[in-house]
Write a protein that binds this ligand. Sequence first.
Ligand code: PEP
Ligand code: MG
Length: 545
Amino acid sequence: MEIIRGTGVAEGVVCGKIRLIRRRIQTQPSQKYGGDPESEMSAFRRGCDVLTAELTVLGRKTKETAGEAEAEIFDIHRMMLEDEGFTEPTEHRIKNGMGAQAAIAETGRELAELFSAMDDPYMKAREADIRGITERLIRILNGTEEMKLTFDTPVILAAEELTPAQTLELDSERVLGLVTEKGSSNSHTAILARSLGIPSITAAGNLSDTIDGREAILDGARGILYVDPTPEIVEEYRNAEYAAGKPDTEGFMHNEVLHTKGGKQIRIFANAGSLREVKAALAAGAEGIGLFRSEFLFMQYDRCPTEEEQFQVYRDLLQTMGEREVTIRTLDAGADKQIPWLNRDMCESNPALGLRAVRLCLANPRLLYTQLRALYRASAYGNLRVMIPLITIREELEQVQRIAENVRTGLKNDGISYKEAMPIGMMVETPSAALLADKLAKKAAFFSLGTNDLTQYTMAADRENASVSYLTECMPEAVAELIRITAEAAAKAGISVSVCGELASDKNAIPFLLDAGITTLSVSPGQIAGTRKTVIRHLSGTGES
Ligand code: PEP
Ligand code: MG
Protein backbone atom coordinates (compact mmCIF):
# COMPACT_ATOMS: atom_id res chain seq x y z
CA MET A 1 0.00 0.00 0.00
CA GLU A 2 1.15 3.52 -0.75
CA ILE A 3 -0.12 6.45 1.32
CA ILE A 4 -0.28 9.90 -0.27
CA ARG A 5 -1.01 12.81 2.01
CA GLY A 6 -2.23 16.26 1.04
CA THR A 7 -4.73 18.84 2.21
CA GLY A 8 -8.29 17.58 2.46
CA VAL A 9 -10.44 20.25 0.79
CA ALA A 10 -13.74 18.48 0.17
CA GLU A 11 -15.09 15.93 2.61
CA GLY A 12 -16.19 12.42 1.83
CA VAL A 13 -14.68 8.98 1.34
CA VAL A 14 -14.66 7.24 -2.00
CA CYS A 15 -13.08 4.14 -3.40
CA GLY A 16 -12.22 3.48 -7.02
CA LYS A 17 -9.57 3.27 -9.72
CA ILE A 18 -7.14 6.16 -10.12
CA ARG A 19 -6.98 7.89 -13.47
CA LEU A 20 -3.89 10.08 -13.72
CA ILE A 21 -4.06 12.92 -16.23
CA ARG A 22 -0.93 14.67 -17.35
CA ARG A 23 -1.06 17.88 -19.32
CA ARG A 24 2.07 17.10 -21.21
CA ILE A 25 1.83 14.90 -24.24
CA GLN A 26 2.88 11.29 -23.78
CA THR A 27 4.55 9.73 -26.77
CA GLN A 28 4.46 6.00 -26.97
CA PRO A 29 7.97 4.63 -27.68
CA SER A 30 6.37 2.33 -30.24
CA GLN A 31 5.10 5.34 -32.16
CA LYS A 32 8.37 7.15 -31.99
CA TYR A 33 10.20 5.59 -34.92
CA GLY A 34 9.13 3.60 -37.89
CA GLY A 35 6.86 4.54 -40.72
CA ASP A 36 8.06 5.98 -43.93
CA PRO A 37 9.48 9.52 -43.52
CA GLU A 38 7.84 10.72 -46.68
CA SER A 39 4.33 9.77 -45.65
CA GLU A 40 5.01 11.00 -42.10
CA MET A 41 6.12 14.32 -43.60
CA SER A 42 3.01 14.67 -45.69
CA ALA A 43 0.86 13.72 -42.66
CA PHE A 44 2.55 16.53 -40.73
CA ARG A 45 1.98 19.06 -43.53
CA ARG A 46 -1.60 17.95 -44.02
CA GLY A 47 -2.22 18.32 -40.29
CA CYS A 48 -0.77 21.85 -40.37
CA ASP A 49 -3.04 22.75 -43.29
CA VAL A 50 -6.12 21.45 -41.47
CA LEU A 51 -5.25 23.30 -38.30
CA THR A 52 -4.46 26.51 -40.21
CA ALA A 53 -7.87 26.30 -41.89
CA GLU A 54 -9.59 25.69 -38.54
CA LEU A 55 -7.83 28.66 -36.97
CA THR A 56 -8.75 30.89 -39.90
CA VAL A 57 -12.44 30.01 -39.61
CA LEU A 58 -12.41 30.44 -35.85
CA GLY A 59 -10.66 33.80 -36.20
CA ARG A 60 -13.18 35.01 -38.78
CA LYS A 61 -16.17 33.94 -36.70
CA THR A 62 -14.76 35.56 -33.59
CA LYS A 63 -14.04 38.78 -35.46
CA GLU A 64 -17.65 38.92 -36.62
CA THR A 65 -19.20 38.16 -33.27
CA ALA A 66 -16.81 39.64 -30.75
CA GLY A 67 -14.43 41.97 -32.55
CA GLU A 68 -10.93 42.27 -33.91
CA ALA A 69 -9.06 42.20 -30.62
CA GLU A 70 -10.79 38.99 -29.51
CA ALA A 71 -9.90 37.28 -32.79
CA GLU A 72 -6.19 38.05 -32.54
CA ILE A 73 -5.30 34.93 -30.58
CA PHE A 74 -6.12 32.77 -33.60
CA ASP A 75 -3.70 34.80 -35.73
CA ILE A 76 -1.01 34.30 -33.09
CA HIS A 77 -1.61 30.55 -33.10
CA ARG A 78 -1.47 30.46 -36.89
CA MET A 79 1.80 32.36 -36.88
CA MET A 80 3.28 30.00 -34.30
CA LEU A 81 2.23 27.03 -36.38
CA GLU A 82 3.90 28.45 -39.49
CA ASP A 83 7.00 29.67 -37.69
CA GLU A 84 10.29 28.05 -38.72
CA GLY A 85 11.13 27.65 -35.06
CA PHE A 86 8.38 25.04 -34.99
CA THR A 87 8.35 23.57 -38.50
CA GLU A 88 12.10 23.13 -39.02
CA PRO A 89 12.96 21.02 -35.97
CA THR A 90 9.81 18.95 -36.50
CA GLU A 91 10.66 18.26 -40.14
CA HIS A 92 14.24 17.50 -39.18
CA ARG A 93 13.04 14.86 -36.72
CA ILE A 94 10.73 13.31 -39.28
CA LYS A 95 13.55 13.18 -41.85
CA ASN A 96 15.60 11.30 -39.26
CA GLY A 97 12.91 8.64 -39.01
CA MET A 98 10.70 9.86 -36.21
CA GLY A 99 6.91 9.50 -36.60
CA ALA A 100 5.05 12.77 -37.25
CA GLN A 101 3.12 12.76 -33.96
CA ALA A 102 6.19 12.02 -31.89
CA ALA A 103 8.17 14.70 -33.75
CA ILE A 104 5.46 17.30 -33.10
CA ALA A 105 5.34 16.30 -29.45
CA GLU A 106 9.13 16.53 -29.06
CA THR A 107 9.32 19.95 -30.71
CA GLY A 108 6.32 21.15 -28.73
CA ARG A 109 7.88 20.03 -25.48
CA GLU A 110 11.20 21.65 -26.34
CA LEU A 111 9.57 24.99 -27.24
CA ALA A 112 7.28 24.92 -24.21
CA GLU A 113 10.29 24.47 -21.96
CA LEU A 114 12.06 27.31 -23.75
CA PHE A 115 9.11 29.67 -23.31
CA SER A 116 8.53 28.70 -19.71
CA ALA A 117 12.17 29.54 -18.86
CA MET A 118 11.88 33.07 -20.26
CA ASP A 119 11.71 36.08 -17.96
CA ASP A 120 9.36 38.14 -20.10
CA PRO A 121 5.85 37.28 -18.82
CA TYR A 122 4.39 37.65 -22.33
CA MET A 123 6.81 35.08 -23.75
CA LYS A 124 6.34 32.86 -20.70
CA ALA A 125 2.60 32.79 -21.35
CA ARG A 126 3.25 31.44 -24.86
CA GLU A 127 4.08 28.09 -23.25
CA ALA A 128 0.36 27.33 -22.95
CA ASP A 129 -0.16 28.36 -26.58
CA ILE A 130 2.50 26.05 -27.95
CA ARG A 131 1.21 23.18 -25.84
CA GLY A 132 -2.31 23.86 -27.09
CA ILE A 133 -1.22 23.94 -30.73
CA THR A 134 0.83 20.76 -30.58
CA GLU A 135 -1.86 18.85 -28.68
CA ARG A 136 -4.42 19.90 -31.24
CA LEU A 137 -2.19 19.02 -34.15
CA ILE A 138 -1.58 15.55 -32.75
CA ARG A 139 -5.32 15.06 -32.25
CA ILE A 140 -5.89 16.04 -35.86
CA LEU A 141 -3.25 13.55 -37.00
CA ASN A 142 -4.61 10.65 -35.01
CA GLY A 143 -8.20 11.60 -35.64
CA THR A 144 -9.24 11.73 -31.99
CA GLU A 145 -11.54 14.23 -30.36
CA GLU A 146 -10.26 17.02 -28.16
CA MET A 147 -9.35 15.53 -24.78
CA LYS A 148 -12.11 16.24 -22.32
CA LEU A 149 -12.18 15.16 -18.72
CA THR A 150 -15.00 12.73 -19.31
CA PHE A 151 -14.75 9.07 -18.40
CA ASP A 152 -16.58 5.87 -19.33
CA THR A 153 -16.29 4.42 -15.85
CA PRO A 154 -16.11 6.08 -12.44
CA VAL A 155 -12.60 7.19 -11.49
CA ILE A 156 -10.60 8.96 -8.84
CA LEU A 157 -9.07 11.70 -10.95
CA ALA A 158 -5.44 12.59 -10.26
CA ALA A 159 -3.73 15.55 -11.93
CA GLU A 160 -1.03 18.14 -11.48
CA GLU A 161 -3.80 20.68 -11.18
CA LEU A 162 -7.02 21.50 -13.01
CA THR A 163 -8.14 24.86 -14.23
CA PRO A 164 -11.37 26.24 -12.73
CA ALA A 165 -13.01 25.76 -16.15
CA GLN A 166 -12.00 22.08 -16.28
CA THR A 167 -13.27 21.51 -12.75
CA LEU A 168 -16.57 23.09 -13.58
CA GLU A 169 -17.07 20.58 -16.39
CA LEU A 170 -16.36 17.51 -14.28
CA ASP A 171 -19.14 14.98 -14.19
CA SER A 172 -19.64 14.25 -10.49
CA GLU A 173 -21.25 10.91 -11.39
CA ARG A 174 -18.02 9.72 -13.00
CA VAL A 175 -15.38 11.62 -11.05
CA LEU A 176 -15.69 10.04 -7.62
CA GLY A 177 -12.81 11.95 -6.11
CA LEU A 178 -10.07 14.35 -7.05
CA VAL A 179 -6.44 14.58 -6.03
CA THR A 180 -4.12 17.30 -7.29
CA GLU A 181 -0.43 17.93 -6.80
CA LYS A 182 -0.92 21.67 -6.25
CA GLY A 183 -3.51 24.05 -4.79
CA SER A 184 -4.93 24.97 -1.40
CA SER A 185 -8.32 24.92 0.28
CA ASN A 186 -9.16 28.42 -0.97
CA SER A 187 -8.13 27.79 -4.57
CA HIS A 188 -10.95 27.95 -7.07
CA THR A 189 -10.52 24.30 -8.02
CA ALA A 190 -11.03 23.31 -4.38
CA ILE A 191 -14.03 25.62 -4.04
CA LEU A 192 -15.63 24.16 -7.15
CA ALA A 193 -14.91 20.57 -6.11
CA ARG A 194 -16.67 21.22 -2.80
CA SER A 195 -19.52 22.78 -4.62
CA LEU A 196 -19.85 19.74 -6.89
CA GLY A 197 -19.63 17.48 -3.84
CA ILE A 198 -16.49 15.71 -5.10
CA PRO A 199 -14.26 14.54 -2.21
CA SER A 200 -10.89 16.13 -2.90
CA ILE A 201 -7.30 16.46 -1.81
CA THR A 202 -4.93 19.19 -2.97
CA ALA A 203 -1.21 19.83 -2.39
CA ALA A 204 -0.49 16.11 -2.61
CA GLY A 205 3.04 16.69 -3.95
CA ASN A 206 4.47 14.89 -6.97
CA LEU A 207 2.19 12.08 -8.04
CA SER A 208 4.04 9.18 -9.58
CA ASP A 209 2.87 7.88 -12.96
CA THR A 210 2.73 4.43 -11.38
CA ILE A 211 -0.49 5.23 -9.47
CA ASP A 212 -2.46 5.34 -12.72
CA GLY A 213 -5.02 2.54 -12.90
CA ARG A 214 -4.54 1.35 -9.31
CA GLU A 215 -7.33 0.90 -6.77
CA ALA A 216 -7.49 3.52 -4.04
CA ILE A 217 -9.47 4.91 -1.15
CA LEU A 218 -9.62 8.71 -0.98
CA ASP A 219 -10.49 10.31 2.33
CA GLY A 220 -11.28 13.95 1.61
CA ALA A 221 -11.66 14.98 5.24
CA ARG A 222 -8.26 13.63 6.31
CA GLY A 223 -6.52 14.45 3.04
CA ILE A 224 -5.27 10.88 2.51
CA LEU A 225 -5.15 8.72 -0.59
CA TYR A 226 -4.50 5.02 0.07
CA VAL A 227 -3.20 3.44 -3.12
CA ASP A 228 -3.75 -0.35 -3.18
CA PRO A 229 -5.18 -0.21 0.34
CA THR A 230 -4.49 -3.16 2.62
CA PRO A 231 -7.43 -5.37 3.63
CA GLU A 232 -7.21 -3.77 7.11
CA ILE A 233 -7.70 -0.25 5.70
CA VAL A 234 -10.54 -1.43 3.48
CA GLU A 235 -12.13 -3.05 6.51
CA GLU A 236 -11.65 0.07 8.62
CA TYR A 237 -13.47 2.21 6.09
CA ARG A 238 -16.09 -0.44 5.47
CA ASN A 239 -16.84 -0.57 9.20
CA ALA A 240 -17.24 3.16 9.22
CA GLU A 241 -19.54 2.67 6.22
CA TYR A 242 -17.45 5.15 4.33
CA ALA A 243 -18.77 7.82 6.64
CA ALA A 244 -15.38 8.81 8.02
CA GLY A 245 -15.35 12.16 6.31
CA LYS A 246 -19.03 12.75 5.88
CA PRO A 247 -20.55 15.41 8.06
CA ASP A 248 -23.51 14.21 10.08
CA THR A 249 -26.04 16.63 8.68
CA GLU A 250 -29.15 14.57 8.33
CA GLY A 251 -32.23 16.59 9.18
CA PHE A 252 -30.49 19.92 8.58
CA MET A 253 -31.31 20.31 4.92
CA HIS A 254 -34.45 22.45 4.92
CA ASN A 255 -36.76 23.30 7.75
CA GLU A 256 -37.54 26.37 9.74
CA VAL A 257 -36.48 29.98 9.28
CA LEU A 258 -33.55 30.76 11.56
CA HIS A 259 -33.57 33.72 13.95
CA THR A 260 -31.12 35.09 16.48
CA LYS A 261 -32.28 35.73 20.05
CA GLY A 262 -32.66 39.38 19.06
CA GLY A 263 -35.08 38.36 16.29
CA LYS A 264 -32.75 38.88 13.34
CA GLN A 265 -33.24 36.39 10.53
CA ILE A 266 -30.22 34.31 9.53
CA ARG A 267 -30.26 33.07 5.96
CA ILE A 268 -28.25 30.26 4.39
CA PHE A 269 -27.64 31.00 0.73
CA ALA A 270 -25.54 29.25 -1.89
CA ASN A 271 -22.60 30.11 -4.11
CA ALA A 272 -22.81 28.85 -7.67
CA GLY A 273 -21.11 29.20 -11.03
CA SER A 274 -23.59 27.51 -13.34
CA LEU A 275 -27.26 26.69 -13.65
CA ARG A 276 -26.41 23.11 -12.71
CA GLU A 277 -25.05 24.31 -9.38
CA VAL A 278 -28.03 26.60 -8.84
CA LYS A 279 -30.33 23.60 -9.19
CA ALA A 280 -28.16 21.59 -6.80
CA ALA A 281 -28.32 24.51 -4.35
CA LEU A 282 -32.11 24.61 -4.49
CA ALA A 283 -32.30 20.87 -3.93
CA ALA A 284 -29.99 21.27 -0.92
CA GLY A 285 -32.27 23.88 0.64
CA ALA A 286 -30.60 27.17 -0.34
CA GLU A 287 -32.77 30.15 0.56
CA GLY A 288 -31.19 32.21 -2.19
CA ILE A 289 -28.02 32.61 -4.25
CA GLY A 290 -25.54 34.82 -2.43
CA LEU A 291 -22.85 34.66 -5.10
CA PHE A 292 -23.17 33.65 -8.72
CA ARG A 293 -19.66 33.70 -10.19
CA SER A 294 -20.41 34.96 -13.70
CA GLU A 295 -16.83 34.41 -14.88
CA PHE A 296 -17.56 30.71 -15.38
CA LEU A 297 -20.08 31.67 -18.01
CA PHE A 298 -17.42 33.77 -19.76
CA MET A 299 -15.00 30.84 -19.64
CA GLN A 300 -17.29 28.75 -21.79
CA TYR A 301 -16.72 31.01 -24.78
CA ASP A 302 -13.68 31.74 -26.91
CA ARG A 303 -14.92 35.33 -27.18
CA CYS A 304 -17.02 37.70 -25.15
CA PRO A 305 -20.55 36.29 -24.77
CA THR A 306 -23.06 38.65 -26.33
CA GLU A 307 -25.67 40.61 -24.36
CA GLU A 308 -28.36 38.21 -25.56
CA GLU A 309 -26.38 35.09 -24.61
CA GLN A 310 -25.72 36.48 -21.15
CA PHE A 311 -29.29 37.69 -20.70
CA GLN A 312 -30.68 34.21 -21.38
CA VAL A 313 -28.47 32.61 -18.73
CA TYR A 314 -29.25 35.27 -16.10
CA ARG A 315 -32.97 35.11 -16.86
CA ASP A 316 -33.01 31.27 -16.61
CA LEU A 317 -31.19 31.49 -13.33
CA LEU A 318 -33.66 34.00 -11.90
CA GLN A 319 -36.64 32.02 -13.11
CA THR A 320 -35.20 28.87 -11.51
CA MET A 321 -34.94 30.67 -8.18
CA GLY A 322 -38.44 32.19 -8.35
CA GLU A 323 -38.89 34.91 -5.73
CA ARG A 324 -35.71 34.06 -3.87
CA GLU A 325 -32.93 36.64 -3.80
CA VAL A 326 -30.15 36.11 -6.35
CA THR A 327 -26.86 38.01 -6.29
CA ILE A 328 -24.92 37.87 -9.54
CA ARG A 329 -21.35 39.07 -9.44
CA THR A 330 -20.00 40.91 -12.46
CA LEU A 331 -17.02 39.37 -14.20
CA ASP A 332 -14.19 38.51 -11.80
CA ALA A 333 -11.52 37.44 -14.29
CA GLY A 334 -7.76 37.53 -13.97
CA ALA A 335 -5.27 36.11 -11.46
CA ASP A 336 -6.12 32.41 -11.08
CA LYS A 337 -9.24 32.75 -13.22
CA GLN A 338 -7.69 33.42 -16.59
CA ILE A 339 -9.99 33.79 -19.56
CA PRO A 340 -7.79 33.24 -22.62
CA TRP A 341 -9.55 35.64 -25.00
CA LEU A 342 -9.54 38.38 -22.38
CA ASN A 343 -6.33 37.95 -20.44
CA ARG A 344 -3.98 36.78 -23.16
CA ASP A 345 -2.23 40.08 -23.82
CA MET A 346 -1.63 40.84 -20.21
CA CYS A 347 1.99 40.56 -19.16
CA GLU A 348 1.64 40.90 -15.43
CA SER A 349 4.33 39.62 -13.14
CA ASN A 350 1.90 39.65 -10.23
CA PRO A 351 -1.60 39.00 -11.58
CA ALA A 352 -3.32 38.74 -8.17
CA LEU A 353 -2.30 42.36 -7.59
CA GLY A 354 -2.94 43.42 -11.15
CA LEU A 355 -5.71 44.17 -13.57
CA ARG A 356 -8.30 41.68 -12.34
CA ALA A 357 -12.00 41.76 -11.46
CA VAL A 358 -13.55 45.26 -11.49
CA ARG A 359 -10.23 46.78 -12.54
CA LEU A 360 -10.23 44.71 -15.71
CA CYS A 361 -13.89 45.59 -16.35
CA LEU A 362 -13.25 49.29 -15.94
CA ALA A 363 -10.37 48.97 -18.38
CA ASN A 364 -12.87 47.37 -20.81
CA PRO A 365 -15.95 49.52 -20.16
CA ARG A 366 -17.77 48.12 -23.20
CA LEU A 367 -17.60 44.65 -21.69
CA LEU A 368 -18.99 45.90 -18.37
CA TYR A 369 -21.70 47.89 -20.15
CA THR A 370 -22.82 44.77 -22.02
CA GLN A 371 -22.87 42.65 -18.89
CA LEU A 372 -24.79 45.26 -16.90
CA ARG A 373 -27.29 45.66 -19.72
CA ALA A 374 -27.89 41.89 -19.79
CA LEU A 375 -28.27 41.92 -16.00
CA TYR A 376 -30.70 44.85 -15.97
CA ARG A 377 -32.80 43.13 -18.65
CA ALA A 378 -32.84 39.95 -16.55
CA SER A 379 -33.83 41.93 -13.44
CA ALA A 380 -37.40 42.01 -14.73
CA TYR A 381 -37.61 38.22 -14.18
CA GLY A 382 -36.82 37.85 -10.49
CA ASN A 383 -35.25 39.22 -7.34
CA LEU A 384 -31.82 40.25 -8.61
CA ARG A 385 -28.94 42.09 -6.98
CA VAL A 386 -25.68 42.83 -8.76
CA MET A 387 -22.37 42.67 -6.96
CA ILE A 388 -19.04 44.20 -7.98
CA PRO A 389 -15.86 42.27 -7.10
CA LEU A 390 -12.60 43.60 -5.69
CA ILE A 391 -13.63 47.20 -5.05
CA THR A 392 -10.61 48.83 -3.45
CA ILE A 393 -11.48 52.54 -3.53
CA ARG A 394 -14.73 54.51 -3.72
CA GLU A 395 -14.02 55.83 -7.22
CA GLU A 396 -14.22 52.34 -8.68
CA LEU A 397 -17.73 51.88 -7.37
CA GLU A 398 -18.69 55.34 -8.60
CA GLN A 399 -17.40 54.54 -12.09
CA VAL A 400 -19.44 51.34 -12.18
CA GLN A 401 -22.50 53.28 -11.03
CA ARG A 402 -22.04 55.79 -13.85
CA ILE A 403 -21.91 52.96 -16.39
CA ALA A 404 -25.02 51.44 -14.79
CA GLU A 405 -26.78 54.78 -15.17
CA ASN A 406 -25.92 54.84 -18.89
CA VAL A 407 -27.26 51.32 -19.21
CA ARG A 408 -30.57 52.32 -17.61
CA THR A 409 -30.86 55.34 -19.91
CA GLY A 410 -30.18 53.15 -22.93
CA LEU A 411 -32.80 50.58 -21.91
CA LYS A 412 -35.33 53.32 -21.24
CA ASN A 413 -34.71 54.80 -24.68
CA ASP A 414 -35.06 51.36 -26.26
CA GLY A 415 -38.31 50.72 -24.39
CA ILE A 416 -36.93 47.57 -22.72
CA SER A 417 -38.24 46.71 -19.27
CA TYR A 418 -35.96 46.37 -16.24
CA LYS A 419 -36.02 47.07 -12.52
CA GLU A 420 -34.95 50.64 -11.86
CA ALA A 421 -34.15 49.89 -8.21
CA MET A 422 -32.04 46.78 -8.75
CA PRO A 423 -29.48 47.00 -5.91
CA ILE A 424 -25.82 47.30 -6.84
CA GLY A 425 -23.58 46.22 -3.99
CA MET A 426 -19.96 45.28 -3.62
CA MET A 427 -17.65 42.65 -2.31
CA VAL A 428 -15.45 43.57 0.59
CA GLU A 429 -12.38 41.52 -0.20
CA THR A 430 -9.49 43.94 0.09
CA PRO A 431 -8.20 45.37 3.37
CA SER A 432 -8.66 48.82 1.82
CA ALA A 433 -12.38 48.26 1.27
CA ALA A 434 -12.83 46.98 4.81
CA LEU A 435 -10.99 49.96 6.27
CA LEU A 436 -13.05 52.33 4.11
CA ALA A 437 -16.29 50.46 4.83
CA ASP A 438 -17.86 53.49 6.54
CA LYS A 439 -17.48 55.58 3.38
CA LEU A 440 -18.27 52.77 0.94
CA ALA A 441 -21.46 51.89 2.84
CA LYS A 442 -22.86 55.25 1.76
CA LYS A 443 -22.41 54.27 -1.89
CA ALA A 444 -23.07 50.53 -1.97
CA ALA A 445 -26.50 48.93 -1.65
CA PHE A 446 -25.01 45.99 0.27
CA PHE A 447 -21.75 44.36 1.28
CA SER A 448 -20.63 40.78 0.87
CA LEU A 449 -17.38 39.72 2.47
CA GLY A 450 -15.16 37.74 0.14
CA THR A 451 -13.07 36.21 2.85
CA ASN A 452 -10.93 34.16 0.46
CA ASP A 453 -9.37 37.20 -1.14
CA LEU A 454 -9.66 39.29 2.01
CA THR A 455 -7.50 36.67 3.74
CA GLN A 456 -5.06 36.44 0.82
CA TYR A 457 -4.54 40.20 0.68
CA THR A 458 -4.49 40.77 4.43
CA MET A 459 -2.02 37.98 5.12
CA ALA A 460 0.04 38.56 1.94
CA ALA A 461 -0.37 34.83 1.28
CA ASP A 462 -1.30 33.51 -2.16
CA ARG A 463 -4.52 31.52 -1.82
CA GLU A 464 -3.21 29.00 -4.38
CA ASN A 465 0.07 28.37 -2.63
CA ALA A 466 0.05 25.45 -0.23
CA SER A 467 3.34 26.42 1.39
CA VAL A 468 1.87 29.58 2.92
CA SER A 469 -1.53 28.14 3.77
CA TYR A 470 -0.53 27.98 7.46
CA LEU A 471 -1.11 31.75 7.45
CA THR A 472 -4.62 31.50 6.10
CA GLU A 473 -6.13 28.24 7.27
CA CYS A 474 -7.97 29.31 10.41
CA MET A 475 -9.57 32.74 10.42
CA PRO A 476 -6.57 34.97 11.17
CA GLU A 477 -7.01 37.64 13.86
CA ALA A 478 -6.39 40.47 11.42
CA VAL A 479 -9.09 39.17 9.07
CA ALA A 480 -11.54 38.86 11.97
CA GLU A 481 -10.85 42.50 12.81
CA LEU A 482 -11.57 43.62 9.23
CA ILE A 483 -14.81 41.61 9.22
CA ARG A 484 -15.85 43.27 12.47
CA ILE A 485 -15.11 46.76 11.04
CA THR A 486 -17.11 45.97 7.89
CA ALA A 487 -20.10 44.56 9.77
CA GLU A 488 -20.17 47.57 12.08
CA ALA A 489 -20.07 50.03 9.17
CA ALA A 490 -22.86 48.14 7.41
CA ALA A 491 -25.03 48.16 10.53
CA LYS A 492 -24.44 51.88 11.00
CA ALA A 493 -25.43 52.61 7.40
CA GLY A 494 -28.36 50.19 7.52
CA ILE A 495 -27.20 47.99 4.65
CA SER A 496 -27.02 44.19 4.68
CA VAL A 497 -23.76 42.32 5.01
CA SER A 498 -23.19 38.71 4.11
CA VAL A 499 -20.18 36.42 3.83
CA CYS A 500 -19.67 34.51 0.59
CA GLY A 501 -16.06 33.40 1.08
CA GLU A 502 -15.19 29.96 2.40
CA LEU A 503 -15.28 31.19 6.01
CA ALA A 504 -19.08 31.19 5.74
CA SER A 505 -19.08 27.39 6.02
CA ASP A 506 -16.26 27.11 8.52
CA LYS A 507 -17.77 25.80 11.72
CA ASN A 508 -15.10 27.48 13.81
CA ALA A 509 -15.74 30.88 12.20
CA ILE A 510 -19.56 30.84 12.06
CA PRO A 511 -20.15 31.75 15.74
CA PHE A 512 -17.86 34.76 15.36
CA LEU A 513 -19.56 35.84 12.10
CA LEU A 514 -23.04 35.63 13.60
CA ASP A 515 -21.98 37.49 16.73
CA ALA A 516 -20.40 40.17 14.53
CA GLY A 517 -23.80 40.82 12.91
CA ILE A 518 -23.55 38.83 9.69
CA THR A 519 -27.04 37.77 8.69
CA THR A 520 -26.46 35.81 5.49
CA LEU A 521 -23.97 33.00 4.94
CA SER A 522 -23.48 31.98 1.34
CA VAL A 523 -21.80 28.61 0.90
CA SER A 524 -21.24 25.82 -1.65
CA PRO A 525 -24.38 23.72 -2.20
CA GLY A 526 -22.68 20.77 -0.53
CA GLN A 527 -22.04 22.83 2.62
CA ILE A 528 -25.58 24.10 3.17
CA ALA A 529 -26.73 21.37 5.56
CA GLY A 530 -23.52 21.48 7.61
CA THR A 531 -23.65 25.28 7.82
CA ARG A 532 -27.30 25.22 8.87
CA LYS A 533 -26.44 22.69 11.55
CA THR A 534 -23.64 24.86 12.98
CA VAL A 535 -25.87 27.95 12.92
CA ILE A 536 -28.73 26.14 14.70
CA ARG A 537 -26.35 24.81 17.34
CA HIS A 538 -24.90 28.26 17.91
CA LEU A 539 -28.24 30.06 18.03
CA SER A 540 -29.66 27.53 20.45
CA GLY A 541 -26.62 27.93 22.67
CA THR A 542 -25.54 24.30 22.39
CA GLY A 543 -22.21 25.42 21.00
CA GLU A 544 -19.86 22.91 19.38
CA SER A 545 -21.33 20.98 16.51
C1 PEP B 1 -13.73 35.52 -2.08
O1 PEP B 1 -12.71 36.06 -2.50
O2 PEP B 1 -13.91 35.21 -0.88
C2 PEP B 1 -14.82 35.19 -3.00
C3 PEP B 1 -15.98 34.73 -2.58
O3 PEP B 1 -14.59 35.32 -4.34
P1 PEP B 1 -13.71 34.29 -5.20
O4 PEP B 1 -13.44 33.09 -4.31
O5 PEP B 1 -14.50 33.93 -6.38
O6 PEP B 1 -12.50 35.07 -5.50
MG1 MG C 1 -12.67 36.98 -4.46
